[in-house]
Design a protein around this ligand. Structure first.
Ligand code: SF4
Ligand code: SF4
Ligand code: FES
Length: 259
């Protein structure tokens, strides 16, 4: 018991020391002032301040787009935006999260559409309201030239939109700022789907692999794995051939049992 108390005291002292070493800065989360370490991202700072993130938090790695955040800094009239999991706090930032932005989303059957500007503008006729202000591009945390992909959509360049919007994480920050009330990212996802379904060349190796699966090429090894006991599964897992780091492009495993 005494040893446990001692251990807890030591841990508390270490925690306090760490806290003292960290520089704390004030931030305002939805109007409430909190002191948080200046090295934290907005997301971690919110948790440090006691918030439990139920909405507005997903991958924590800048991929899912769930953590759109809007903030202002002192001495600036600007509204700033960013992903909470990627943006580091700044002293006196005043922030609120936009975990979801209500957005117009067309319903369609991709098989019945053609990859043309005509079909895109039938589903999203409002794209012609774009005033070319570039606010969307400035708001994009992925540094996508959103205004340019909107221009390509207006010109009917479906492949161009698909290419330029490829890194979009659907955070909705562009739509939140658009003076023409457009939903750029839903239109862009339509173009990427059209591109994938109707324009991109078919991957021959994938078609070949599907044919092999249909012919039952992997039935035998799969059955063997399913009937193996836990000891054998562990051994097989440990012995599996792994692609070495920095392997050449043409690297292939020595055993082609599963190829
Ligand atoms: S913010 Fe809206 S109106 Fe402005 S360039 Fe982007 S899409 Fe066009
Ligand atoms: S294009 Fe819009 S929705 Fe996509 S990442 Fe940029 S700001 Fe977010
Ligand atoms: S939590 Fe996924 S992008 Fe921030």
């Amino acid at each position: 018991m005494a040893a446990q108390r001692k251990k807890k005291k030591r841990a508390d002292a270490t925690g306090k020391k760490l806290e003292q070493q960290q520089k704390l800065v004030p931030i305002f989360i939805m109007g409430q002032r909190h002191l948080v370490p200046d090295s934290l991202t907005i997301q971690k700072a919110m948790e440090y301040a006691g918030y439990q993130l139920v909405r507005g938090c997903g991958c924590r790695g800048g991929i899912c787009g769930a953590c759109g955040t809007v903030f202002r800094l002192p001495d600036s009239y600007r509204v700033e935006v960013g992903l909470a999991c990627q943006t580091v706090v700044k002293p006196n930032m005043y922030l609120a999260q936009i975990p979801f932005f209500p957005a117009n989303k067309a319903v369609y059957d991709i098989e019945k559409l053609s990859p043309t500007g005509a079909d895109v503008s039938k589903l999203y006729p409002e794209i012609f309201k774009c005033v070319g202000c570039n606010v969307c591009t400035k708001s994009c945390p992925m540094d996508i030239d959103v205004m340019e992909y909107m221009a390509r959509a207006i010109r009917g360049d479906v492949a161009g939109v698909a290419e330029l919007s490829f890194d979009c994480v659907m955070c909705g920050l562009c739509a939140a700022r658009c003076p023409a009330e457009l939903v750029q990212y839903n239109m862009a996802v339509l173009c990427r789907r059209l591109y994938a379904r109707h324009i991109a060349p078919r991957a021959q190796h994938l078609a070949e692999r599907v044919r092999e699966i249909e012919k039952g090429k992997y039935e035998r090894p799969l059955r063997a794995l399913k009937s193996a006991d836990i000891k054998d599964l562990k051994r097989l897992y440990k012995e599996r051939e792994i692609e070495p780091e920095m392997a050449e492009e043409d690297w292939t495993p020595e055993s082609n049992d599963y190829l």
